[in-house]
Design a binder for this molecule. Structure first.
Ligand code: ACM
Length: 265
């Protein structure tokens, strides 16, 4: 199967423009599974909870999820994309999974980064794995990568491809993903944005370099740090099914969970 990402520079608050741009880029690529950045439709650098509320949408009724479903049906592909979810009075940093037959699932970011803690509720849906036919996918959003538990639990639940929507501002993730993929023997598609956003004396520079990483710590594709780009590669999800690294070692079976209790405190 072919997995890919859309990397671009969303304009803050311009939802229609951002949807159009991301759709055109996604349409120009070839992938069975395409990952778009965190908050691809709104931009990231929020100033208040009211602003987050104004830019939020219900899932799956909002126009962003509807546009993603249309594209997925037209291109017969699956898409994971990040947006601000409104659920009653609560806001979540969310990502949707949609496919040719419509909306499939929502992931709500578990580990909120910095001021996100002021605007959003922490994810409350756990880490689910979804069988999309070609492979089983797990979803995480940006800063979740910093917590090895995110990818570990997804891999333990059977995910072969981790869809990672991101707005990365720290320089570590792309290299760290090699280890995350190696230690779990999974693929990951990190869809990052480019550009910068300024507000109230703050400046966020997004690092681009969207990346598709393989289970042997191999960088299968790394985008540039500044330009719009759609990247995709062919992968073999069955490579991620075995956790064996030699005849005597299996990365999951060899865990000594009876000695790992502290991890849950
Ligand atoms: C991030 O989690 N958006 C850095």
């Amino acid at each position: 199967m072919r997995v890919g990402f859309v990397q671009f520079d969303p304009k803050f608050g311009e939802i229609d423009l951002n949807i159009r741009k991301a759709m055109a880029l996604a349409e120009s690529g070839e992938a069975d599974l395409m990952v778009l950045p965190e908050f691809f439709n709104t931009g990231y650098l929020l100033a208040s909870k009211e602003e987050a509320f104004d830019l939020s949408e219900e899932i799956p009724r909002g126009k962003t999820t509807i546009a993603l479903c249309d594209l997925a049906a037209r291109k017969k592909m699956h898409i994971v994309a990040g947006l601000i979810e409104r659920a009653g009075d609560l806001l979540f940093n969310a990502a949707v999974l949609v496919g040719p037959n419509g909306y499939i699932a929502t992931y709500r970011k578990m580990h909120l980064f910095n001021e996100e803690k002021f605007w959003f509720s922490s994810g409350d849906l756990g880490f689910d794995v979804h069988d999309i036919g070609d492979c089983r996918v797990g979803i995480m959003i940006c800063f979740d990568w910093f917590f090895p538990e995110s990818m570990r639990i997804l891999a333990l639940k059977g995910a072969e491809v981790i869809c990672h929507s991101a707005n990365l501002v720290l320089p570590y993730c792309q290299d760290a993903m090699k280890v995350r993929c190696l230690e779990n023997r999974v693929y990951a598609v990190t869809a990052n944005r480019t550009g910068e956003e300024r507000r109230d004396g703050k400046c966020f520079r997004y690092t681009g370099k969207s990346q598709i990483t393989g289970p042997n710590a191999d960088i299968l594709y790394r985008a540039s740090d500044v330009v719009d780009e759609v990247g995709s590669v062919e992968i073999e999800p069955r490579q991620a099914r075995s956790k064996k690294i030699n005849v005597n070692n299996d990365l999951f079976a060899d865990r000594r969970i009876e000695y790992y209790g502290e991890l849950l405190k």
